[in-house]
Write a protein that binds this ligand. Sequence first.
Ligand code: ATP
Length: 258
Amino acid sequence: MSAPALRARQLRVSVQGTPILHGIDADLPAARWTSVVGPNGAGKSTLLKALAGLLRQARVEGSVELLGQPLQDLPARERARRLAWLGQNEAAADELPAYDIAMLGRLPHRAWMAPPSDADHAAVQAALRTTQAWQWRARPLAQLSGGERQRVLLARALAVQAPVMLMDEPLANLDPPHQTDWLRTVRGLVGQGGTVVSVLHEISIALQADDLLVMAGGRVLHHGACGDAATHAALEQVFEQRIQVRQIDGIWMALPRV
Ligand SMILES: Nc1ncnc2c1ncn2[C@@H]1O[C@H](COP(=O)(O)OP(=O)(O)OP(=O)(O)O)[C@@H](O)[C@H]1O
């Protein structure tokens, strides 16, 4: 297995005295897609934010390494080049046109006050086309539907062209064809050597990843390949045997146990 893109050691997070993550050790391998799954409140979003260094109001102990370097040693700009972020229900400047929103993803690459370069415009166009948001590039974010907005925010993250991409519930509001497109995009990124970590509630999509990190109660319950029987057992356990993992047409799926 390749060296980890992200390494967490004894990661503990508490907010206002309440412990949320209880000493997480995890190596998230490079050039692979890892899905983080678990019940509501398991600590998935908190883990993702801690890995991205985005927890400002929380007490964070332990260490995170990004591409072999301690996260806290990396200057903010360098961190932003290495790690792209798509948050859950993310606030954005709603009055800006979609194109300008996607261009925000290029900020880590641009000199202070410099206009966007040809490379910046090319990256933004490619990202908006990938998420099929190019046609609304002139429309303010506020005028877009939930799914259209999500595709613009995904384009902003893609435009960073970072080697590591963290996404919290990236499929929110996306219809099934665009969920499939997202899956293809992720596979493409990983095929080119990128690393993707996604928090997903759509377990059948999460099972298409390379690896699954199963969380419960602020701890990692299981971390293994998506095709492993032990991973499927951990999934069924963490969701109280209310789902069952089955293979249909060669694809692992989570079905409700009714
Ligand atoms: N700022 C905060 N203050 C207090 N408690 C918090 C805060 N943020 C998160 N928590 C608590 O930490 C726990 C983990 O939250 P987190 O958002 O990481 O869970 P999650 O697994 O992503 O959940 P979901 O699937 O519902 O999105 C939850 O019980 C939540 O209520």
